[in-house]
Design a protein around this ligand. Structure first.
Ligand SMILES: NC(=O)c1ccc[n+]([C@@H]2O[C@H](COP(=O)([O-])OP(=O)(O)OC[C@H]3O[C@@H](n4cnc5c(N)ncnc54)[C@H](OP(=O)(O)O)[C@@H]3O)[C@@H](O)[C@H]2O)c1
Length: 327
């Protein structure tokens, strides 16, 4: 197996989790880390054993030993950080939500295409074994025709204006941070083109949504989605069809258990697939597979899937009148 030289841009919360996954994944070399501050980059490099530490993102992208960069900065920085990497000939795995808007995302994808480089949103849920198992059950007709889907992702987050979650200038709000998961889930199981959308949001004093509710209507099905920072939920997900239903364990986007029931709620099959590292190893392996095969796009996280979700998030924000600075 070819060794892949990984670099990370941004040394925040998820960068730490991802670095742990890299350290436990075969074929991944913890090569470089870039921060806006050299001391932070060095501290991060020392903690995880990265070989190089850079005190700016500009310096990092000039390192030609890098195979792929994982972008772990706030949403509002994804566009410029991705463009910086692609302009310097580097493949990109970019955290969710990949951009602030479809307009930004399309420019990023066009740049990747024109440079012949790999780009993938770090939608790790789509690479996880129980998620793929559930998709397979639906494809095999095990629940018949899907008719109803429900998914929520809510946490109780203490207000802190300095946290990116509440900061419009960072691309804050529950939509791009949390709803991106249940929306991706709905579009994967019911289709990328819902016929109608209804949505409500509670917009906080800083101008970003603190909670939201989204209903997607399809020809023969509908999806009921909610997310927010204002109350803790069990973050469940269920898909029902005329022959049965699929129920994910709590924290559906990262859980290790999924169950199939018939339409009298008898358990038919249950899959428990424990993480091998911390759950992020599957998306890392998918990036390795794509790079090794010379693919510019992942089949598990295709560009069109990221685009379809982004389009719906644009529509929600437009209905709510929620704009990010400079939009
Ligand atoms: N996949 C997942 O499970 C998951 C979980 C949480 C978050 N995320 C995503 O990962 C991204 C980062 O989230 P996070 O929770 O790790 O954020 P965070 O803790 O705030 O860290 C973000 C990092 O980005 C860098 N940065 C660059 N410009 C910045 C700015 N203007 N303001 C603040 N930080 C800036 C900073 O690193 P330096 O100072 O080192 O440059 C900072 O530590 C988001 O897109 C989020 O949606 C994904």
């Amino acid at each position: 197996m070819k060794i892949v030289n990984w670099a990370i841009i941004g040394t925040g919360r998820i960068a730490h989790t991802f670095a742990q996954a890299l350290a436990g994944t075969e074929g991944a070399r913890l090569y470089a880390v870039g921060s806006r501050t050299l001391a932070k980059a060095q501290e991060f490099a020392d903690e995880f054993g990265f070989e190089k530490a850079y005190g700016s993102y500009d310096e990092l992208v000039r390192d030609s030993e890098i195979d792929v960069v994982y972008i772990a900065t706030p949403m509002a920085s994804h566009y410029k950080d991705t463009m910086l990497c692609l302009d310097n000939g580097l493949n990109v795995l970019c955290e969710k939500s990949a951009a602030l808007s479809l307009n930004e995302l399309d420019k990023m994808l066009e740049k990747a295409r024109s440079k012949g480089l790999f780009f993938m949103e770090a939608m790790w849920m789509k690479c996880r074994p129980v998620y793929l198992k559930a998709l397979q059950w639906v494809k095999e007709g095990r629940i018949g025709t899907p008719e109803y889907l429900k998914a929520d992702f809510s946490n109780l987050v203490k207000y802190d204006r300095s946290d990116r979650l509440f900061a419009p200038e960072c691309g804050g709000g529950a939509l791009l941070d949390l709803a991106v998961y249940p929306l991706t889930f709905a579009l994967d199981f019911l289709g990328r083109k819902p016929k109608e959308l209804t949505t409500y949001a509670h917009i906080g004093k800083d101008g970003v949504d603190l909670s939201n509710s989204i209903t997607l209507k399809y020809e023969t099905a509908f999806a009921d989605i909610s997310s927010g920072f204002e109350l803790p939920c069990n973050n469940s997900a269920v898909i029902s069809g005329d022959k049965g239903s699929i129920v994910f364990a709590d924290w559906f986007f990262c859980c290790c258990e999924v169950s199939l029931y018939d339409n009298e709620t008898n358990l038919i099959e249950k899959r428990e697939i424990p993480n091998e590292v911390n759950g992020y190893e599957y998306e890392i392996r998918e990036v390795h597979r794509c790079l090794e095969s010379g693919l510019a796009e992942s089949e598990l996280v295709p560009h069109e899937s990221t685009r379809a979700v982004m389009k719906i998030m644009d529509e929600c924000r437009s209905r709510w009148g929620m704009k990010f600075p400079n939009e």
